[in-house]
Design a protein around this ligand. Structure first.
Ligand SMILES: [Fe+2]
Length: 275
């Protein structure tokens, strides 16, 4: 399998602290059946801004260590990029990385955003020649409340990457419910580990694959999420994708409602007569 989302380089973001931890994480990946992994350290403005040269240096060092230990795993370079206004400029100057230098970039959405600004931002990235892959949409509160938003983002040319562990019983309820919904709607076309550590957030790609197979009722279709499509992405090829299924008619929430829910919680709006 090919894992397009992982935090396995040491001392660069909230992934491993040491080379030993990094190698142990790689060992777990091999156990899960992963043979190629894209290292995707965070880019969060003012929090994590790793230099591209440093990422590439660590990728090279890790591949050397894996080779010297005869471990069957190849590491490629990439980043997980927080959606922000400066992204297009940073990409143009190659101050942040796409996945293996392809057109495909791994994009983390903010928890709250104006829909139109999201659409416009994605459109601008596409106009610049990039194909945005939304990282773990099931963890985004806007998409949890309205999974139809992810369907809309796919219709507008984006892709969705589910985190494998989100399908497992150990995931929080809202995350798991949304993850299962997105798989059934075919609004996520890729699955990755988003592994950060051996204990806290280990790679669970093989376990997630079994769950995806049950939901899609097809081993072949589930395997496409971790083999064929990730391969096409790292080779910078064009993907042939199924059309996502229509929104089941769930009412979309405006930005004002979303903001009020942030402030007052899930019970907003309070309804009279509910006791
Ligand atoms: Fe991540």
């Amino acid at each position: 399998m090919i894992d397009i989302h992982s935090h396995l380089l040491p001392k660069i973001d909230d992934g491993p602290e040491t080379w030993a931890e990094s190698l142990e994480l790689c060992r777990l990946m091999v156990e899960q059946g992963i043979r190629t992994v894209v290292a995707t350290p965070h880019y969060w403005p003012e929090v994590y801004e790793p230099q591209v040269g440093l990422i590439e240096q660590r990728v090279g060092q890790l591949n050397q260590l894996l080779g010297s230990r005869h471990m069957d795993l190849t590491v490629l370079g990439g980043q997980e990029l927080l959606f922000c206004p400066e992204l297009r400029g940073l990409l143009a100057k190659r101050q942040v990385l796409t996945l293996n230098d392809s057109r495909y970039l791994l994009l983390e959405l903010p928890q709250l955003a104006v829909r139109e600004q999201l659409y416009e931002g994605l459109f601008q990235l596409q106009m610049a020649g990039y194909i945005p892959i939304i990282a773990h949409p099931e963890k985004n509160r806007m998409i949890q409340r309205d999974p139809g938003l992810m369907v809309e983002l796919v219709r507008k040319g984006g892709l969705g990457q589910l985190t494998a562990s989100s399908l497992l019983d150990s995931a929080p309820g809202k995350v798991r419910t949304c993850a299962r919904d997105l798989v059934r709607r075919q609004a996520v076309q890729l699955m990755a580990s988003d592994a950060h550590s051996c204990k806290g957030r280990p790679p669970r790609l093989r376990d997630g694959l079994g769950q995806a197979e049950e939901l899609l009722k097809s081993r072949l279709e589930a395997e496409r999420m971790v083999r064929e499509r990730p391969e096409e992405i790292i080779q910078d090829q064009t993907l042939r994708l199924p059309e996502p299924k229509k929104d089941k008619g769930r009412k979309k929430e405006g930005v004002l409602t979303l903001l009020c829910k942030e402030v007052f919680g899930e019970r907003f709006p309070a309804r009279a007569g509910n006791g």
